[in-house]
Ligand binder design. Sequence first.
Ligand code: ATP
Length: 688
Amino acid sequence: MPSHVQIQEPTPEPLRRERDHLSASRAALRAMRHDVEALDISDVTGNWVNAQILGRQIEDRIKALADLADTPLFFGRLDYLHAPGADLAEGAGGENFYIGRRHVHDGDGDPMVVDWRAPVSQPFYRASRKEPMDVRLRRRFGYTGGDLTAYEDEHLTDATETTTTSRLLQAEIERPRVGPMRDIVATIQPEQDEIVRAGVTGTVCVQGAPGTGKTAVGLHRVAYLLYAHRERLARTGTLVIGPNASFLQYIEQVLPALGELQVKQATVDDLVAHVPVRGTDSARTATLKGDARMAQVLRRAVRSGIRMPADPVVVVRGSRRWRVPAYELEEIVKELAQRDIRYGAARDALPQRIAHAVLVQMERSGEAPDDRVQDAVARNPAVKAAVKECWPPVDPAKTVLRLLSEPEFLARCADGLFDEDEQKALLWEKPARGLGSARWSAADAVLVDEAYDLVQRTSSLGHVVLDEAQDLSPMQYRAVGRRCTTGSATILGDLAQGTTPWATGAWEEALAHLGKPEARIEELTRGFRVPREVIAYASRLLPSIAPGLAPATSVRESAGALEIRQVPVEERDEALLAACEAALGNEGSVGLIVADARVAAVGAALDAAGVGYLAPGEETSAAVRVTLVPASLAKGLEYDYVVLDEPAAIVSGEPDERTGLRRLYVCLTRAVSGLTCLHTAPLPTPLL
Ligand SMILES: Nc1ncnc2c1ncn2[C@@H]1O[C@H](COP(=O)(O)OP(=O)(O)OP(=O)(O)O)[C@@H](O)[C@H]1O
């Protein structure tokens, strides 16, 4: 439930004091920025590279200290009963703290605003009457434009205080949506905060119905981890993975608004872009290529060139010849093949092992060779030739190309893993003659990435956030997992929104493929986006698409506008335009969601009527508030009013009915205030 507070009509005097604190904080922030701008680094940087790095850090710091006019410097205040102990670090010593997006201190170094991520800020999100966490007063501030105009108080230790729902929180949730996604620091809920502040070493997986704040939580978690473990994560890096470029565009401003400018964003396709993707696969083939069995096939393929030596290696040095017999070479090769090291690392180790065998012989015959001799022997042409024969170099892309082009090679590597019929489906229709002519598909690129990792270990980041995780294939989970082997991950998704034929059926499975089987699975059920009536309508699909999942509840007060209307085919365009027109009569954005196959026709109708529109991810403005959204790109996005065209076409646009209904579920759950659904064909049965 939303937090309960006593609403106080702000009296002029305290409000004036709070405004004074806001002005003083702004001035302090300006002074902090000025100090950074005035830094002269010419004395402290010995060389050009250091100067560049330091210069960039200073530039980032100046950007992070920018006073964004319409982003309030603080949104809350905590009055502690006692001064927090020294262990509560930031801000210790006082008992009132203003909570904001970044730390601001005055000329003496005393905090004017405390970062929302500091330990001292935590009770702002977690304290309750049951557990006040030593907080006497929690105050939330309301702003109009950049002006502080209201506040609400909760006296957490006053048993006599009556409680009501927070108007400021409710207003934030109900606010019309325009432009890109915004941060939620002022209103993070306790169950969300638990995930945001979970420790850096553990991986957390969040199952959540549409609009429960998964994306928001994931982004705030990165910001929190960067605050709590800045040095470690600055070294190792952080990455947010989203389903497509328009989604990434939609979320790209959240972290910079929180002062975090260094977080990389990518799609899974971006991560594995070793080869150009120009081809497509049928649903069946893509599912097979994404199957975890492919990992074994690839392992066999990469190692298929390993041969046991037939001949001894003879190394000539000066007047002496040293001979490593074939059986001894075989032992070395076998030992390396059994060890759990990358193909490339083993290949690098092999010449040294052979050289070592030579050195042992030299020592036995009374010589005293040192490391330099071993290196020289390892570089000897005879040794190099033996390595090339026993452990040939592997080009990962060429290996995958062979697998998908040569039936005999695939049969050898897939033996006992994929049956004949499956192998046929895996092979390219037209075998590629070389890398230049290969028509790689997205699923093929993931295989190439796996092959790269078999040859050389992929470097791991400190933390990875994976959004819309339910859509990944086992092979894609592996690709993400190898990018956080030594780090941790936040996995976000909704099993009911899985719209790929290979979408995961259970988080435990996905986590096993990611290499994080020990991850904690959390569930979020309170929806902040979709109004009650709309989520109830969409939830009619749940028994068909994800029988185990409970429908989300909605914390929005307004039940929402829901209209489902059948129109004759010849009136369809007119009805769509009228519905958009009506939606535009309200404040906020309008999403016109249509089956991918209908985008061109509906776009032409909008053009003909002179209605301007945007593509998903593009920023809405006062002048253009309609976005034409292909159903396949609706995931993760939201619009104040959604006009949904032809549900049956959205369902039939997918390779199977379950996937189609899931796609429809995604589209039905994008609305913040109202949904109008127009259809000429009968609605899919579960909606009737
Ligand atoms: N605590 C909160 N306070 C205010 N708004 C919130 C809160 N949590 C989430 N929201 C808002 O609810 C909307 C939905 O959030 P978000 O997109 O993160 O949900 P999601 O679970 O990722 O949804 P989907 O599964 O549809 O992608 C966003 O506008 C977000 O800002």
